[in-house]
Ligand binder design. Structure first.
Ligand code: MRU
Length: 353
Protein backbone atom coordinates (compact mmCIF):
# COMPACT_ATOMS: atom_id res chain seq x y z
CA UNK A 1 0.00 0.00 0.00
CA UNK A 2 1.20 3.51 -0.80
CA UNK A 3 1.01 6.18 1.91
CA UNK A 4 -0.42 9.67 1.32
CA UNK A 5 2.41 11.97 0.27
CA UNK A 6 0.75 14.98 1.87
CA UNK A 7 -2.50 15.85 3.59
CA UNK A 8 -4.34 18.78 5.14
CA UNK A 9 -5.65 18.16 8.64
CA UNK A 10 -8.44 20.37 9.98
CA UNK A 11 -10.10 23.57 8.77
CA UNK A 12 -8.58 26.95 7.91
CA UNK A 13 -6.52 26.90 11.10
CA UNK A 14 -5.34 23.36 10.23
CA UNK A 15 -1.97 21.83 9.43
CA UNK A 16 -0.20 20.59 6.33
CA UNK A 17 1.41 17.21 6.90
CA UNK A 18 4.11 15.92 4.54
CA UNK A 19 6.06 12.68 4.47
CA UNK A 20 9.64 13.67 5.25
CA UNK A 21 11.13 12.07 2.15
CA UNK A 22 14.67 12.74 3.37
CA UNK A 23 14.20 9.96 5.92
CA UNK A 24 12.97 7.30 3.51
CA UNK A 25 13.32 4.39 3.21
CA UNK A 26 14.49 4.11 6.82
CA UNK A 27 11.57 5.94 8.48
CA UNK A 28 8.07 6.88 7.37
CA UNK A 29 7.49 10.09 9.31
CA UNK A 30 5.18 13.07 8.62
CA UNK A 31 6.36 16.60 9.34
CA UNK A 32 3.85 19.34 10.15
CA UNK A 33 3.83 22.78 8.56
CA UNK A 34 1.88 25.66 10.12
CA UNK A 35 4.01 28.61 8.98
CA UNK A 36 4.88 29.79 5.47
CA UNK A 37 8.57 29.50 6.33
CA UNK A 38 8.10 25.83 7.23
CA UNK A 39 6.49 25.13 3.87
CA UNK A 40 9.31 26.98 2.09
CA UNK A 41 11.96 24.98 3.96
CA UNK A 42 10.20 21.67 3.30
CA UNK A 43 10.28 22.37 -0.45
CA UNK A 44 13.81 23.80 -0.58
CA UNK A 45 15.32 21.06 1.61
CA UNK A 46 13.57 18.20 -0.25
CA UNK A 47 11.35 17.00 2.60
CA UNK A 48 8.76 17.13 -0.19
CA UNK A 49 9.95 16.93 -3.79
CA UNK A 50 8.76 15.97 -7.25
CA UNK A 51 7.14 18.59 -9.45
CA UNK A 52 3.42 17.90 -8.85
CA UNK A 53 3.89 17.32 -5.10
CA UNK A 54 5.74 20.63 -4.84
CA UNK A 55 2.83 22.36 -6.60
CA UNK A 56 0.16 20.90 -4.31
CA UNK A 57 2.27 21.63 -1.23
CA UNK A 58 2.64 25.24 -2.36
CA UNK A 59 -1.14 25.56 -2.87
CA UNK A 60 -1.65 24.66 0.80
CA UNK A 61 1.30 26.91 1.65
CA UNK A 62 -0.64 29.78 0.04
CA UNK A 63 -3.50 29.17 2.49
CA UNK A 64 -1.04 29.14 5.39
CA UNK A 65 0.40 32.42 4.12
CA UNK A 66 -3.03 34.03 3.66
CA UNK A 67 -4.07 33.30 7.23
CA UNK A 68 -0.87 34.78 8.67
CA UNK A 69 -2.00 38.42 8.50
CA UNK A 70 -5.05 40.61 8.99
CA UNK A 71 -5.44 41.26 5.25
CA UNK A 72 -5.56 37.73 3.80
CA UNK A 73 -5.20 38.83 0.15
CA UNK A 74 -2.07 40.88 0.92
CA UNK A 75 -0.61 37.99 2.95
CA UNK A 76 -1.53 35.53 0.19
CA UNK A 77 0.28 37.54 -2.48
CA UNK A 78 3.36 38.12 -0.32
CA UNK A 79 3.43 34.44 0.67
CA UNK A 80 3.12 33.23 -2.92
CA UNK A 81 5.89 35.58 -4.08
CA UNK A 82 8.10 34.10 -1.36
CA UNK A 83 7.22 30.42 -1.84
CA UNK A 84 7.86 30.56 -5.58
CA UNK A 85 11.55 31.20 -4.86
CA UNK A 86 12.00 27.89 -2.99
CA UNK A 87 13.08 25.96 -6.11
CA UNK A 88 13.45 27.21 -9.70
CA UNK A 89 13.02 24.31 -12.14
CA UNK A 90 9.66 22.60 -11.54
CA UNK A 91 7.06 24.84 -13.18
CA UNK A 92 4.29 23.24 -11.11
CA UNK A 93 5.40 25.46 -8.21
CA UNK A 94 4.68 28.75 -10.01
CA UNK A 95 1.68 27.18 -11.77
CA UNK A 96 -0.03 26.38 -8.46
CA UNK A 97 0.94 29.65 -6.79
CA UNK A 98 -0.22 31.76 -9.75
CA UNK A 99 -3.50 29.91 -9.70
CA UNK A 100 -3.94 30.51 -5.96
CA UNK A 101 -3.05 34.20 -6.32
CA UNK A 102 -5.43 34.77 -9.23
CA UNK A 103 -8.15 32.87 -7.40
CA UNK A 104 -7.63 34.99 -4.27
CA UNK A 105 -7.72 38.23 -6.26
CA UNK A 106 -11.03 37.30 -7.89
CA UNK A 107 -12.41 36.12 -4.58
CA UNK A 108 -11.48 39.38 -2.81
CA UNK A 109 -13.59 41.36 -5.31
CA UNK A 110 -16.65 39.85 -3.61
CA UNK A 111 -15.56 41.35 -0.24
CA UNK A 112 -15.95 38.15 1.77
CA UNK A 113 -15.20 38.07 5.50
CA UNK A 114 -11.66 37.03 6.41
CA UNK A 115 -12.84 33.57 7.50
CA UNK A 116 -14.94 33.10 4.36
CA UNK A 117 -11.97 34.12 2.20
CA UNK A 118 -9.77 31.51 3.90
CA UNK A 119 -12.44 28.81 3.65
CA UNK A 120 -12.89 29.29 -0.09
CA UNK A 121 -9.11 29.53 -0.60
CA UNK A 122 -8.61 26.26 1.26
CA UNK A 123 -11.27 24.64 -0.92
CA UNK A 124 -9.28 25.77 -3.96
CA UNK A 125 -6.07 24.19 -2.60
CA UNK A 126 -8.01 20.99 -1.99
CA UNK A 127 -9.31 21.14 -5.56
CA UNK A 128 -5.72 21.36 -6.88
CA UNK A 129 -4.88 18.37 -4.68
CA UNK A 130 -7.84 16.33 -5.99
CA UNK A 131 -7.11 17.29 -9.58
CA UNK A 132 -3.53 16.10 -9.18
CA UNK A 133 -4.70 12.68 -8.02
CA UNK A 134 -7.15 12.47 -10.93
CA UNK A 135 -4.45 13.54 -13.42
CA UNK A 136 -2.11 10.83 -12.14
CA UNK A 137 -4.81 8.16 -12.51
CA UNK A 138 -5.49 9.37 -16.01
CA UNK A 139 -1.79 9.33 -16.96
CA UNK A 140 -1.71 5.73 -15.73
CA UNK A 141 -4.73 4.80 -17.83
CA UNK A 142 -3.37 6.42 -20.99
CA UNK A 143 0.17 5.14 -20.55
CA UNK A 144 -0.54 1.56 -19.53
CA UNK A 145 -1.42 0.62 -23.14
CA UNK A 146 2.28 1.08 -23.94
CA UNK A 147 3.35 -1.70 -21.55
CA UNK A 148 3.39 -5.27 -22.83
CA UNK A 149 4.04 -8.60 -21.18
CA UNK A 150 7.78 -9.24 -21.17
CA UNK A 151 8.81 -5.56 -21.17
CA UNK A 152 11.70 -4.26 -19.10
CA UNK A 153 10.86 -0.69 -18.06
CA UNK A 154 13.59 1.63 -16.84
CA UNK A 155 12.80 4.77 -14.86
CA UNK A 156 15.05 7.52 -13.52
CA UNK A 157 14.65 9.53 -10.31
CA UNK A 158 11.25 9.29 -8.59
CA UNK A 159 8.17 10.17 -10.60
CA UNK A 160 6.00 8.07 -8.36
CA UNK A 161 3.35 8.48 -5.75
CA UNK A 162 5.84 10.30 -3.53
CA UNK A 163 6.45 12.91 -6.25
CA UNK A 164 2.73 13.66 -6.61
CA UNK A 165 -0.35 13.65 -4.41
CA UNK A 166 -0.82 9.97 -5.14
CA UNK A 167 0.01 7.31 -7.77
CA UNK A 168 2.67 9.29 -9.67
CA UNK A 169 3.29 10.03 -13.34
CA UNK A 170 5.90 7.64 -14.77
CA UNK A 171 5.12 5.15 -12.00
CA UNK A 172 1.37 5.64 -12.53
CA UNK A 173 1.88 3.93 -15.89
CA UNK A 174 3.68 1.07 -14.15
CA UNK A 175 1.07 0.80 -11.37
CA UNK A 176 -1.80 0.80 -13.86
CA UNK A 177 -0.18 -1.90 -16.04
CA UNK A 178 0.62 -3.93 -12.91
CA UNK A 179 -3.01 -3.69 -11.74
CA UNK A 180 -4.07 -4.91 -15.18
CA UNK A 181 -2.05 -8.07 -14.53
CA UNK A 182 0.68 -7.44 -17.09
CA UNK A 183 3.94 -9.24 -16.46
CA UNK A 184 6.98 -7.02 -16.92
CA UNK A 185 10.18 -6.05 -15.15
CA UNK A 186 10.96 -2.64 -13.68
CA UNK A 187 14.44 -1.16 -13.31
CA UNK A 188 15.12 1.92 -11.18
CA UNK A 189 18.27 4.02 -11.60
CA UNK A 190 19.59 4.95 -8.17
CA UNK A 191 19.84 8.63 -9.28
CA UNK A 192 22.91 10.25 -7.80
CA UNK A 193 23.46 12.48 -5.94
CA UNK A 194 20.24 12.51 -3.86
CA UNK A 195 19.35 8.87 -4.63
CA UNK A 196 15.64 9.36 -5.31
CA UNK A 197 15.64 6.13 -7.32
CA UNK A 198 17.26 4.01 -4.62
CA UNK A 199 15.58 5.61 -1.62
CA UNK A 200 12.13 6.42 -3.01
CA UNK A 201 11.31 4.69 -6.31
CA UNK A 202 12.56 1.26 -5.34
CA UNK A 203 10.91 1.64 -1.92
CA UNK A 204 7.50 2.67 -3.17
CA UNK A 205 7.42 0.06 -5.96
CA UNK A 206 8.22 -2.56 -3.34
CA UNK A 207 5.50 -1.18 -1.02
CA UNK A 208 3.04 -1.51 -3.90
CA UNK A 209 4.09 -5.12 -4.54
CA UNK A 210 5.85 -4.38 -7.85
CA UNK A 211 9.05 -6.36 -8.34
CA UNK A 212 11.78 -3.79 -9.06
CA UNK A 213 15.52 -4.07 -9.67
CA UNK A 214 17.82 -1.28 -8.56
CA UNK A 215 20.67 -0.18 -10.84
CA UNK A 216 23.52 2.26 -10.32
CA UNK A 217 23.15 5.07 -12.87
CA UNK A 218 26.20 3.93 -14.81
CA UNK A 219 24.68 0.46 -15.39
CA UNK A 220 21.81 1.70 -17.55
CA UNK A 221 23.73 1.54 -20.84
CA UNK A 222 24.90 -2.01 -20.26
CA UNK A 223 21.39 -3.06 -19.19
CA UNK A 224 20.11 -1.69 -22.52
CA UNK A 225 22.85 -3.46 -24.49
CA UNK A 226 21.99 -6.71 -22.71
CA UNK A 227 18.37 -6.38 -23.88
CA UNK A 228 16.98 -5.98 -20.36
CA UNK A 229 15.38 -2.61 -21.13
CA UNK A 230 12.64 -2.35 -23.76
CA UNK A 231 11.04 0.94 -22.65
CA UNK A 232 12.00 3.98 -20.61
CA UNK A 233 9.54 6.23 -18.78
CA UNK A 234 10.54 9.25 -16.73
CA UNK A 235 8.73 12.20 -15.22
CA UNK A 236 9.26 15.89 -16.00
CA UNK A 237 9.77 19.11 -14.08
CA UNK A 238 9.05 21.45 -16.96
CA UNK A 239 8.17 20.89 -20.61
CA UNK A 240 8.78 23.76 -23.03
CA UNK A 241 6.41 24.60 -25.89
CA UNK A 242 8.51 22.51 -28.31
CA UNK A 243 8.61 19.43 -26.03
CA UNK A 244 12.13 19.88 -24.63
CA UNK A 245 11.87 18.44 -21.12
CA UNK A 246 13.70 19.20 -17.90
CA UNK A 247 13.93 16.32 -15.48
CA UNK A 248 16.33 15.00 -12.86
CA UNK A 249 20.02 15.16 -13.78
CA UNK A 250 20.95 12.03 -15.73
CA UNK A 251 17.71 11.84 -17.70
CA UNK A 252 19.41 13.30 -20.78
CA UNK A 253 22.11 10.62 -20.64
CA UNK A 254 19.45 7.91 -20.44
CA UNK A 255 17.64 9.41 -23.45
CA UNK A 256 20.85 9.47 -25.52
CA UNK A 257 21.55 5.84 -24.58
CA UNK A 258 17.98 4.94 -25.50
CA UNK A 259 18.38 6.46 -28.96
CA UNK A 260 21.60 4.52 -29.53
CA UNK A 261 19.86 1.28 -28.56
CA UNK A 262 16.60 2.06 -30.44
CA UNK A 263 14.56 1.92 -27.22
CA UNK A 264 11.43 4.10 -26.92
CA UNK A 265 11.84 6.93 -24.41
CA UNK A 266 8.63 8.31 -22.89
CA UNK A 267 7.98 11.25 -20.56
CA UNK A 268 4.89 11.17 -18.32
CA UNK A 269 3.54 14.47 -17.00
CA UNK A 270 0.31 16.31 -16.22
CA UNK A 271 -0.76 19.44 -18.07
CA UNK A 272 0.51 21.56 -15.16
CA UNK A 273 4.09 20.64 -16.15
CA UNK A 274 3.90 22.34 -19.57
CA UNK A 275 5.30 25.86 -19.78
CA UNK A 276 3.96 27.45 -22.95
CA UNK A 277 5.68 30.74 -22.14
CA UNK A 278 9.06 29.38 -23.22
CA UNK A 279 9.77 28.19 -26.77
CA UNK A 280 12.40 25.60 -25.89
CA UNK A 281 14.42 23.98 -23.13
CA UNK A 282 17.21 26.56 -23.33
CA UNK A 283 14.96 28.87 -21.29
CA UNK A 284 14.41 26.45 -18.40
CA UNK A 285 16.19 27.57 -15.21
CA UNK A 286 18.32 24.73 -13.89
CA UNK A 287 18.71 24.51 -10.12
CA UNK A 288 22.23 24.06 -8.77
CA UNK A 289 22.36 22.51 -5.33
CA UNK A 290 24.77 22.25 -2.44
CA UNK A 291 28.20 20.79 -3.29
CA UNK A 292 28.04 18.41 -0.32
CA UNK A 293 25.37 16.38 -2.11
CA UNK A 294 28.11 15.34 -4.56
CA UNK A 295 30.94 15.12 -2.04
CA UNK A 296 28.93 12.65 0.01
CA UNK A 297 27.12 9.41 -0.63
CA UNK A 298 24.19 9.67 1.75
CA UNK A 299 25.86 10.99 4.90
CA UNK A 300 29.29 9.50 4.17
CA UNK A 301 31.97 11.78 2.76
CA UNK A 302 33.42 10.17 -0.39
CA UNK A 303 35.71 12.93 -1.62
CA UNK A 304 37.98 15.57 -0.17
CA UNK A 305 35.77 17.69 2.10
CA UNK A 306 36.47 20.75 -0.07
CA UNK A 307 36.49 19.03 -3.48
CA UNK A 308 35.48 21.44 -6.24
CA UNK A 309 32.01 20.42 -7.40
CA UNK A 310 29.39 21.21 -10.04
CA UNK A 311 25.93 20.05 -8.98
CA UNK A 312 23.14 20.80 -11.46
CA UNK A 313 20.00 19.09 -10.16
CA UNK A 314 18.29 18.80 -13.58
CA UNK A 315 19.10 18.50 -17.26
CA UNK A 316 17.10 19.04 -20.43
CA UNK A 317 16.26 16.25 -22.84
CA UNK A 318 15.68 17.61 -26.35
CA UNK A 319 12.28 16.81 -27.81
CA UNK A 320 13.80 14.87 -30.71
CA UNK A 321 14.93 12.18 -28.23
CA UNK A 322 11.40 11.77 -26.83
CA UNK A 323 9.16 9.11 -28.37
CA UNK A 324 6.03 10.43 -26.70
CA UNK A 325 4.70 12.48 -23.79
CA UNK A 326 2.07 10.66 -21.76
CA UNK A 327 -0.33 13.26 -20.35
CA UNK A 328 -3.59 13.04 -18.45
CA UNK A 329 -5.37 13.86 -21.76
CA UNK A 330 -3.61 11.26 -23.91
CA UNK A 331 -0.23 10.67 -25.54
CA UNK A 332 1.56 13.25 -27.68
CA UNK A 333 3.55 11.23 -30.20
CA UNK A 334 6.90 12.60 -31.33
CA UNK A 335 6.48 15.99 -29.61
CA UNK A 336 7.20 19.14 -31.61
CA UNK A 337 5.84 22.67 -31.20
CA UNK A 338 3.13 21.93 -33.79
CA UNK A 339 2.24 18.50 -32.40
CA UNK A 340 1.88 19.95 -28.88
CA UNK A 341 -0.10 22.97 -30.04
CA UNK A 342 -2.37 20.72 -32.09
CA UNK A 343 -2.81 18.32 -29.17
CA UNK A 344 -3.82 21.05 -26.73
CA UNK A 345 -6.11 22.78 -29.17
CA UNK A 346 -8.11 19.55 -29.05
CA UNK A 347 -7.80 19.08 -25.26
CA UNK A 348 -11.20 19.32 -23.59
CA UNK A 349 -12.14 22.84 -22.46
CA UNK A 350 -11.14 23.87 -18.97
CA UNK A 351 -8.08 21.64 -18.78
CA UNK A 352 -5.60 24.45 -19.38
CA UNK A 353 -5.65 26.76 -16.41
O1 MRU B 1 14.80 17.10 -7.15
P1 MRU B 1 13.50 16.35 -7.21
O2 MRU B 1 13.51 15.09 -6.41
O3 MRU B 1 12.32 17.23 -6.88
O4 MRU B 1 13.36 15.94 -8.74
C1 MRU B 1 12.21 15.23 -9.14
C2 MRU B 1 12.21 14.83 -10.55
O5 MRU B 1 13.09 15.14 -11.31
C3 MRU B 1 11.00 14.08 -11.03
O6 MRU B 1 11.34 13.18 -12.03
C4 MRU B 1 9.99 15.09 -11.59
O7 MRU B 1 9.73 16.09 -10.65
C5 MRU B 1 8.73 14.45 -11.99
S1 MRU B 1 7.76 13.97 -10.61
C6 MRU B 1 6.30 13.30 -11.12
Amino acid sequence: MLPETLRWIGQTDGTLELIDQRLLPGKLVYIRCNQTREVFDAIRDLAVRGAPAIGVTAAYGAVIAARSGQDPLKSLIEGCDYLVTARPTAVNLSWALDRMKRFGQTLAERNPSREKFLQVLLAQAKAIHEEDIAMCRSIGDHGSVLINDGDGVLTHCNAGSLATSFFGTALAVIYAAFQQGKKFAVYADETRPVLQGARLTHWELTQAGVDATLLCDNMAGYAMKQGKITKIITGADRIAANGDTANKIGTYSVAVLAKHHHIPFYVAAPISTFDFSIPDGGHIPIEERNADEVRQFGCALTSLPDAKVWNPAFDVTPAELITGIITDRGIIDRPTTDAIRNFFSHAPKGTLK
